[in-house]
Design a protein around this ligand. Structure first.
Ligand SMILES: [Zn+2]
Ligand SMILES: [Zn+2]
Length: 135
């Protein structure tokens, strides 16, 4: 798989704090300008799935009905888990979920996709890639 490297010093590289073990997970966060929505995390790992083809459905309004419609067609993840509307990334140390997705309906319009160091971004259109954060 293609690997995309981001330098630690970049503006969009930061830390996803784990409330369970207090570890700060290195991560890349897409800017609001990127319109990286809707995106969904895997039930099992921290991979992210970006479904561009349904963006126009939720562009102006996100509703529980749209969430149910889109959520029903999400694909499996390459790890064997499944992308779901309620999953969040997992801490790399204690493996607990770091609660990013608090409201799955609102999350449909969230352009700030958080990708942990080593996690993969999968698309409905285009090549998947793995994010690596380098110093
Ligand atoms: Zn943790
Ligand atoms: Zn997965």
């Amino acid at each position: 798989m293609k690997v995309v490297e981001y330098e630690r010093s970049l503006q969009w590289v930061g830390h996803l704090h784990c409330p369970t073990c207090q570890h700060d997970n290195l991560s890349w966060r897409s800017s609001s300008m990127s319109e990286a929505f809707p995106h969904f995390y895997c039930s099992h790992c921290s991979n992210v799935y970006l479904e561009r083809q349904v963006q126009e459905l939720v562009y102006y309004e996100a509703t529980p009905a749209l969430l149910a419609q889109i959520g029903a067609t999400l694909p499996p993840c390459i790890c064997g888990g499944h992308f779901t509307p309620t999953a969040s990334p997992k801490c790399t140390v204690c493996h607990h979920e770091v609660p990013l997705v608090l409201d799955p309906v609102q999350h449909l319009q969230d352009p700030n996709m958080v990708v942990l160091d080593g996690a993969c971004v999968l698309y409905d259109q285009g090549e998947p890639y793995q994010v690596r954060i380098i110093s």
